[in-house]
Write a protein that binds this ligand. Structure first.
Ligand code: MG
Length: 125
């Protein structure tokens, strides 16, 4: 299992960043927030993260474009990216995987569910 300590949490909804960021920090992760894909890429340029939790629908740059960018860049290519999506339709999920996401978590979900889903995904990495 990959050892995850640092998480980049990307979502344009500040309430979700607070909610999910809070539970992840209490679980012992070091969490950095970004509010769109462009900010996420800037954060990744400054420092590496073990995991990116990437919202899909965001202004400025959406999560799929940001993930494609992460996969193209040699410095960030190996970073685990999990999409946080509010649309679990198979074609939406396929788009995320095509863009290079390693997995996805469907919103809305309560923070404890986020931890459980994350554990399940990371165990199978
Ligand atoms: Mg969003």
């Amino acid at each position: 299992m990959t050892s995850i300590r640092t998480i980049l949490l990307v979502d344009d909804d500040s309430r979700l960043r607070d909610l999910y960021g809070g539970v992840l920090r209490r679980a012992g992760y070091t969490v950095t927030d970004a509010e769109n894909g462009a900010q996420a890429i800037a954060c990744l340029r400054d420092s590496g993260f073990d995991l990116v939790l990437m919202d899909v629908n965001m202004p400025v740059m959406d999560g799929l474009d940001a993930t494609r960018h992460i996969r193209k860049n040699a410095q960030t290519r190996a970073t685990t990216v999990i999409a946080l999506t509010s649309n679990a339709m198979p074609e939406e999920v396929a788009k995320g995987l095509d863009a290079g996401c390693d997995g996805y978590i469907v919103k809305p979900l309560d923070p404890e569910e986020l931890l459980r889903e994350l554990d399940a995904i990371l165990v199978t990495e």
